[in-house]
Every structure is written in C-alpha cells, then in structure tokens.
Design a protein around this ligand. Structure first.
Ligand code: HEC
Ligand code: HEC
Length: 227
C-alpha cells in the first residue's frame, strides 16, 4: 500500500512522463505530415478540387480515408483502381457508365472542374497512409491457372472496360462479351470505335471514354489479338 506522499509522487511523475511522451509523439507526427502527404504536390488545382469535393458534398455518399458516408465506394485509391478515364466519365455522366442503374447524380462540372477533382483524387491516392485501406483478402472462388492472354490485359482494360465487358465469363454485362472480338473487327475499326463509338454507330450504348491516343492503340492491339 502506498503512503499518501508516495501516491502523490507516483501521480506527478506518471503525469509528467505521459505528458512528455504525448508532446514528443505529437511533434514527431507533425514533422512527418509534409512527407507522408507529399505536401509539395498540393497545387492550386488540387486545392480547387478539394473545395469542389466539399461544396458538392461528395462525402454525403463516399468516404475518403475512411471518413464520410458508406453509401458509395471508398475513393482514397480510386485513381489507381479505376484510372483517369473512368473517373472523368463518371464525373461527366454517371448514367453513361451505369446505364439504367445510376445511383450517383449528374453534376454539371466544367472540364476545368473535372481536371481539379481528378487532380485532387490523384493527390489523395498518393498520400502515404501506412497501408490504409487494406487490400481485401478475397479467397478465389474458383482458382484457375491464369493463361498468358489473361496476363496481357492492358491496365486500362482492367480499370475501365471490365466494368461493362467480360472476357472468359469475367467482367460486366452492360456491353457484349469481348471473347473472339478480334475475329469480327480489324485494328482500325477498334481505333475509331474507341475514339468515339457514337461516330461509328449512331445509337451506340457505349459511352465515348476520355482515352488518350496511346491507350486507344494499346487497347486496339489487345482487342485484335482476341481470336
Ligand atoms: C448521392 C450519392 C453520391 C454523391 C453525392 C456522389 N456520388 Fe460518386 N458515386 C455514387 C455511387 C452510388 C457510385 C457507384 C456507381 C453508381 O451506382 O452510380 C459512385 C461512384 C463514383 C466514382 C467511381 C468509383 C468506383 O470505384 O467505381 C467516382 C470517381 C465518384 N463516384 C466520384 C464522386 C465525386 C467526386 C463526387 C462529388 C462531386 C461524388 N462522387 C458524389 C454516389 C454518389
Ligand atoms: C459503360 C459501359 C461500357 C464501357 C465502360 C465500355 N464499353 Fe465497350 N461497349 C459497351 C456497349 C453497351 C457496347 C455495345 C454497343 C452497341 O452496339 O450499342 C459496347 C461495344 C464494344 C465493342 C464492340 C463489340 C461488338 O461485338 O460489337 C468493343 C470492341 C468495345 N465495346 C470495347 C471496349 C473497350 C476496349 C472498353 C474500355 C476502354 C470499353 N468497351 C468500355 C459498353 C461499354
């Protein structure tokens, strides 16, 4: 049993030690912030994107860094998960990406505002979050050997096209399955199709996606090999 004065000492020393630790750790955290957030990348455009994020209440449905509402997908790493063309298409017209099942409203953003939101999502995706969000630990339902053709998907295919198209039964069902599509069309057709589906087929239900010429060429090469 401690005497009264020993208890007092114990309390005082304990309090000073713990407060000391608290101050040191706080200073340490504050010093790490600029490096972990890559603060040198916070351009005026990123700040504008953050303002748009706040003013349009994206957090009313989405989370970033786990904060927000749980109605819509977590967006911290959306820049790498979905890629720029998907995000741009989504911000322009969600209905085009999710025909008939749109749950996100359409905003009337200008190109410049979309650039800013994309810059903001890119920056936030590069923040060092000590491993958050964790990669989902999903056990494969039907582990199959991955064939060489499957390994060769361009990254952009897995970010964007897979949302609507399937290959070997895997992927979305908004558009037709792309198995064997290389037997039906030529490389040049794929290039014009991907540039602007509506220009090729006036009533096309595939949206015009903001792809770069390089991405279009890579995809057209890939599609022509699907035989
Ligand atoms: C009313 C709720 C709501 C609001 C507000 C909202 N979203 Fe969404 N968002 C969704 C839903 C739901 C999806 C999933 C696709 C769907 O069903 O439309 C989505 C999908 C997305 C995606 C694609 C994510 C993925 O992983 O496929 C992006 C990017 C996105 N939203 C950005 C934004 C931004 C930026 C804002 C603010 C300007 C915003 N959203 C506001 C509901 C919302
Ligand atoms: C939002 C959904 C959606 C996305 C995303 C999408 N497509 Fe499509 N795609 C469609 C639909 C719907 C069609 C059928 C168009 C029609 O005939 O009206 C189609 C048709 C096609 C066709 C013609 C297939 C055929 O048999 O006629 C090709 C090739 C194609 N898409 C490639 C792609 C590639 C590559 C990507 C990724 C960059 C992509 N699509 C992204 C919905 C989508």
């Amino acid at each position: 049993m401690l005497s009264k004065s020993a208890a007092k000492k114990f309390f005082l020393i304990g309090t000073v030690l713990c407060s000391g630790c608290f101050v040191v750790l706080t200073i340490d955290t504050i010093q790490r912030v600029p490096h972990q957030t890559r603060s040198e990348n916070i351009t005026p455009e990123v700040i504008h994107g953050k303002d748009l994020w706040d003013h349009n209440n994206c957090m009313g449905c989405h989370t970033i860094m786990g904060e927000g509402a749980y109605y819509a997908p977590e967006l911290t790493k959306v820049y790498t998960r979905r890629g720029e063309p998907f995000i741009r298409a989504m911000l322009k017209d969600p209905q085009a990406m999710f025909p008939g099942q749109r749950k996100m409203q359409k905003y009337n953003f200008t190109e410049e505002e979309i650039d800013a939101l994309v810059a903001f999502l890119k920056w936030i995706g590069e923040v060092d979050l000590n491993g958050f969000p964790a990669k989902p630990d999903l056990a494969p339902v039907n582990p199959e050997p991955v064939s060489a053709a499957e390994l060769a998907h361009p990254a952009i295919y897995d970010q964007v096209c897979v949302a609507c198209h399937s290959l070997k039964g895997k992927g979305g069902a908004v558009g037709p399955a792309l198995d064997g599509v290389g037997n039906r069309f030529e490389q040049n057709y794929f290039v014009s199709w991907l540039k602007d589906p509506v220009a090729v087929k006036a009533d096309s239900k595939m949206p015009k996606l903001p792809l770069t010429d390089e991405q279009i060429l890579e995809l057209a090469n890939f599609l022509s090999q699907l035989k």
